[in-house]
Design a protein around this ligand. Structure first.
Ligand code: ZN
Ligand code: ZN
Length: 380
């Protein structure tokens, strides 16, 4: 592995103290009593905990009144909090054993009825008993969490940069695995191993869409044998410590492409570049989508670009801001998202080019630096 900057398991404790303070302020500004966070990317963002979601309730309670946040956790999951910032932050921990009502424990920490907000991903398994314990149903915390997580700080951008460089190294090695006579699944297994070798903590997704499968944006892998002349869409990514994701697509040709394929991928490359060029603070998310779409439309390819131009990325592979028609969010310095237009010819072939970019003061910085055009690999 080449030189890489340090990959901390989590950020310094002061980072989480600041995030918790902002979360409380935003919750108060929403007129709520508390924000309730169960395991997942939000919990990782707020206290650096990678705890997993189980049927037993683990919940971070962030009161809006500025009093100390607290953690409610099953006694048998206490050790899992060890890597997080919870102890260093000095947060009270209320552990509970089977037979105790953990929702009642959360309720005891708040006024009743408690006006709370929860993430969209909190399981109904917890939302319904919390509603009973709090005397009121929670509302969605989507706005608060978006406000917190959408703009990345320097340490987060550094993590995204490390993730981008790591996935670029995997794309750079593609000729080791991608050739005629191998199945998509075999190629994907090798790519998944390389994703880890190059510095990710896991392979989150590996899409190998060869020939007609490239026309299906959601295709993952199959036992189809790759043939000379195939166009192959490779969309790959995973997290690097402390949990920030890469996501990059390049399109490969097994042997020299036809003139038609080469011409259409060149148009796609222009569309991707037009969207990158449109990014700067103050423009809307949807205007970046329009920039890519209008290049394709001018060439008669509007109908074959069947998805949005991009999605935010960070601790989640897909998060705000979405680069899609109708999203009037104004881009701001520090936002991170993909720019990934594609063209899909059902049953025949497809292509996509995807980079992650971070908004800067006057444009954007690409996290992925591999050449954008069709990469031609030897047919055998
Ligand atoms: Zn992707
Ligand atoms: Zn993506």
């Amino acid at each position: 592995m080449s030189a890489q900057s340090a990959s901390p398991a989590r950020f310094p404790t002061a980072v989480y103290a600041d995030r918790l303070r902002r979360a409380a302020e935003l919750t108060a500004a929403s007129g709520l009593d508390a924000l309730l966070i169960t395991p997942g990317p939000d919990l990782k963002y707020l206290v650096g905990s990678g705890a997993e979601s189980f049927e037993r309730l683990t919940c971070l309670v962030i009161p809006a009144d500025g009093s100390s946040p607290a953690v409610v956790v099953p006694t048998l999951e206490l050790a899992g909090l060890g890597e997080s910032a919870v102890a260093d932050l000095g947060l009270p921990v209320h552990d509970w054993v089977d037979g105790v009502d953990p929702y009642g424990v959360v309720g005891s920490l708040l006024p009743r009825p408690g006006r709370t907000a929860v993430a969209e991903a909190m399981p109904a398994l917890h939302v319904i008993p919390l509603t009973t314990a709090l005397g009121a149903p929670p509302v969605l915390a989507t706005g608060v969490l978006r406000e917190l997580r959408m703009v990345k700080d320097d340490a987060e951008i550094d993590a995204l940069r490390r993730a981008g460089a790591a996935i670029d190294r995997v794309h750079a090695r593609m000729a080791e695995w991608l050739r005629a006579g191998r199945t998509e699944a075999q190629v994907a297994d090798d790519i998944a191993a390389a994703i880890v070798e190059e510095g990710h903590t896991g392979a989150e997704f590996v899409i190998v869409g060869s020939g007609p499968h490239g026309a299906d944006p959601h295709h993952e892998v199959s036992d189809r044998v790759i043939e000379a002349g195939d166009v192959v869409v490779i969309d790959i990514g995973g997290p690097v410590a402390p949990g920030y994701n890469s996501d990059s697509t390049r399109t490969y040709s097994i042997g020299e492409p036809s003139a038609e394929v080469a011409a259409k991928v060149a148009i796609l490359e222009r569309a991707q570049q037009a969207a990158v060029d449109a990014v700067r603070p103050g423009v809307t998310a949807e205007s970046v989508d329009v920039a890519a779409r209008s290049v394709l439309a001018a060439e008669g390819l509007a109908e074959v670009f069947v998805h949005r131009t991009g999605h935010g990325i960070g601790l989640s592979v897909h998060e705000e801001p979405y680069i899609v028609a109708g999203n009037r969010i104004e881009l701001a310095e520090g936002m991170a998202f993909s720019i990934e237009p594609g063209i899909y010819f059902r049953g025949v072939w497809g292509a996509r080019i995807e980079d992650i970019v971070v908004v800067t003061a006057d444009g954007c910085e690409a996290m992925n630096l591999r050449p954008h055009g069709l990469t031609v690999l030897p047919a055998n």
